[in-house]
Design a protein around this ligand. Structure first.
Ligand code: ADP
Length: 476
């Protein structure tokens, strides 16, 4: 037998009288005004209470007859209740519809009629009229607005006035109680009217405040929409100008590179002696033309890269590569530069480095070579060390040098475009100030970052961290 999981047994919801009452006195959906809804709920609550009370009253009053076995009396009680109950239920149903105003008129009419008929037929004391009519005026004050309440007061006073005419034989038709009742109802009604006036004034104030707040909110909303539209226009304009800039730069770079490659090519041909014998001085000058051509080409490539990244047109490949083989390639490329300056160059590879990673090996090489070239450029004594490590889900490329170091204030801006520690025209070290900006942007594009620590005169440490990606989908 399989056990039924505890979750599948629906919890028994407790009967909540408050929720039931609230459902039974819910105003109709089409009544949207808050004050109206409050009034409608008050009326339905009142009618529902009246229905329940009359049911309870009949049940209680029938008890002695049930015990005595006087079924005739019980039947009489039920018959007597049937009509008023039916009427009440009808009015209650009407009050739940959107015609709750009409339900209120009807309720009051029924109440007035019932009271008058009861007092007249039962010969009850006319002071009952006073008590009940006061209650009706109060009910009207709760449910209606000013004019309708005034109407209720007038009806009450009229009925008290015509009572002696309608029932001249009634024991208290000409009593002073009735006259007193007239004045009492009149005075109490004035007080009720004054209270109502006060309540209406408060309601009006609140409405005015609400309308003002709403207006303010609408104005704020309108200006927000306007500034959003302006922002959107500015964004489109900026995007368009960025696109034009990068288009211009890539065209320019292409146009510059073609003649530059021709110059470098012909220099190479002449240096190899294919264009005829050249003397040492000419060779020296050709060498300078060639190396300046190289620098210019590097600059053009950097500008092209940065403009591509900024225009969002730089695309990275996601191919498998062997990180160790890659590091070896860097070693052979950089050791030549280190030897030229008689610097030590060490490479340290973490044994935990995976055999294969996924990513853009060419762009990762660009990052590493850039950092190592800088390290060698800014180091005169000592050496440069490349360490490739694995840490958590990241692999690190750390380039440490014993060079000139970077002052603390410059650590913030060296990653910005065209920023150099020494940007003066008399600076010792060449360069454009674009390398680190490209490195940082590439790192970010790959989901990594770059950090630097440095001490002036002692050296710098640049650390790149990239996510370890062991399959094409980016799995770690
Ligand atoms: P470039 O080297 O072409 O000037 P970079 O963007 O690569 O441009 O570097 C910006 C600046 O950061 C350099 O001009 C230099 O002042 C400083 N810098 C970069 N790497 C080092 C380093 N290893 N040691 C000292 N300074 C450095």
């Amino acid at each position: 037998m399989t056990a039924i999981p505890a979750k599948s047994i629906p919890p028994v919801s407790p009967v909540r009288p408050k929720a039931i009452w609230s459902n039974l006195t819910q105003p109709h959906d089409q009544i949207t005004d808050l004050a109206e809804r409050r009034r409608a709920r008050l009326l339905t609550s009142f009618l529902l209470a009246l229905i329940l009370l009359s049911l309870l009253g009949t049940t209680l009053s029938s008890f002695p007859s049930i015990i005595n076995g006087d079924m005739n009396a019980v039947r009489n009680n039920v018959v007597n209740l049937a009509f008023p109950l039916l009427l009440l239920v009808g009015v209650y149903a009407l009050s739940r519809s959107r015609y709750f105003h009409q339900a209120a008129y009807l309720s009051l009419a029924v109440l007035y009629l019932g009271t008058m008929m009861w007092v007249m037929s039962s010969q009850a004391d006319s002071s009952y009229i006073l008590n009940y009519f006061l209650i009706y005026v109060l009910i009207a004050a709760m449910v209606f607005s000013g004019r309708e309440v005034a109407g209720t007061i007038v009806v009450s006073l009229l009925l008290i006035m015509v009572f002696p005419l309608l029932a001249p034989d009634h024991p208290s038709a000409h009593s002073t109680v009735l006259r007193g009742a007239f004045f009492f109802v009149a005075i109490a009604s004035v007080i009720v009217l004054i209270f109502m006036q006060h309540r209406n004034a408060i309601e009006k104030d609140r409405r005015t405040e609400l309308t003002e707040a709403l207006n303010l909110a609408q104005q704020a909303n309108a200006s927000l929409t306007e500034s959003n539209a302006a922002l959107e226009r500015a964004r489109l304009a900026a995007e368009e100008s960025a696109r034009l800039k990068s288009e211009f730069l890539s065209t320019m770079s292409h146009e510059l590179r073609t003649p530059l490659n021709a110059i470098r090519g012909f220099c190479g041909i002449m240096l190899e002696g294919m264009g005829g014998e050249i003397d040492d001085e000419a060779r020296h000058m050709l060498n300078r033309v060639h190396s300046n051509g190289d620098r210019l080409l590097g600059l053009i490539n950097d500008i092209l890269d940065i403009s591509k990244i900024e225009a969002g047109r730089m695309e990275l490949v996601n191919e498998p590569f062997a990180p160790r083989a890659l590091v070896e390639k860097w070693r052979s490329q950089i050791s030549v530069l280190a030897e030229k300056k008689a610097l030590n160059f060490e490479v340290d590879i973490d044994p935990a480095l995976p055999e294969q990673l996924y990513g853009d090996a060419e762009r990762i090489t660009q990052i590493a070579v850039n950092l190592m070239s800088n390290a060698i450029k800014f180091t005169e004594n000592g050496g440069v060390r490349l360490a490739v490590q694995v840490q958590d889900n990241q692999w690190l490329i750390r380039v440490t040098d014993s060079g000139i170091g970077i002052p603390p204030h410059a650590l913030n801006y060296i990653f910005e475009e065209f920023r150099q520690v020494d940007g003066s025209s008399t600076r010792v070290y060449g360069g454009t100030g674009l390398g680190l900006a490209i490195v940082k942007k590439l790192c970010r594009m790959m989901g990594g970052d770059i950090k630097v620590t440095s001490e002036l005169g002692k050296g710098s440490v640049f650390t790149v961290n990239l996510p370890v990606q062991v399959d094409k989908t980016g799995g770690k």
